[in-house]
Design a protein around this ligand. Structure first.
Ligand code: SF4
Length: 224
């Protein structure tokens, strides 16, 4: 069976690739994740997958598209329900590519994470399969999540700290803390007089050395 596998990141792909190969299916990887932000994070995950695909001899198709603005516009009025849009964006492009390029089926590594909305991913995958006339290869990869993550760590893969979108980054780092705080005044700390004297002495020494070198070489003083 010719299967196109949407890959959200290298660590999540570890178990999915291994388990499909154990079934005799050689997947082709598909990178399409415009919902990962900010760009530096997007690039880290993409580049890690590029390297990992080489390591495990996986053919990878990259549709490189960073989509912060489009995604934020799309979910702005229902931020808490954004995951359905996020799955649909990524899986629809996978289904479209697979249908247009002669694949029998498509699947996604999103099915490996116990933190994702697994049933929702399945429903969206099956709806898209019907829409584009191609099979959604459903597997409950969650059984291998821990194993895959351990192998990813051992292999030194880049391990992300949050799901992907800019909102999930906020949830990860400032959940349970007030987002709006009253202004506070932060005064400079008093400088330790001994430390100040040392800094002044070091500056004076540096200036004396520079002057000495200038006189020795006959250079004109720098005009500022
Ligand atoms: S939390 Fe994760 S699945 Fe949900 S919208 Fe953000 S990146 Fe997508």
């Amino acid at each position: 069976m010719k299967t196109l596998m949407h890959i959200c990141c290298a660590p999540c792909s570890v178990y999915c690739i291994e388990s499909l190969r154990a079934e005799g299916i050689e997947p082709v990887g598909f990178w399409y994740n415009p919902t990962i932000h900010p760009y530096t994070e997007y690039r880290s995950r993409r580049d890690c997958l590029r390297d990992y695909a080489q390591q495990v001899n996986l053919t990878l198709i990259e549709q490189d598209e960073y989509g912060l603005r489009d995604f934020v516009r799309r979910v702005a009025d229902h931020i808490e329900g954004r995951c359905a849009d996020c799955y649909a964006i990524r899986l629809e492009q996978t289904a479209v590519y697979a249908a247009a390029h002669g694949y029998d089926s498509f699947t996604t590594t999103l099915l490996v994470s116990p933190y994702q909305k697994h049933e929702l991913i399945r429903q969206i995958g099956e709806r898209l399969a019907e829409q584009y006339g191609i099979q959604f290869l459903y597997r409950d990869f969650r059984v291998g999540f821990r194993e895959g993550q351990e192998k990813a760590r051992e292999a030194g893969l880049y391990m992300q700290k949050y799901c992907g979108c800019i909102f999930s980054e906020e949830d990860r780092y400032i959940r349970n803390r007030p987002l709006k705080k009253p202004p506070v005044q932060i005064n400079p700390k008093p400088v330790n007089p001994k430390k100040l004297a040392r800094m002044e002495k070091a500056a004076a020494n540096a200036a004396a050395r520079a002057e000495h070198e200038r006189l020795a070489t006959g250079e004109e003083p720098e005009k500022l």
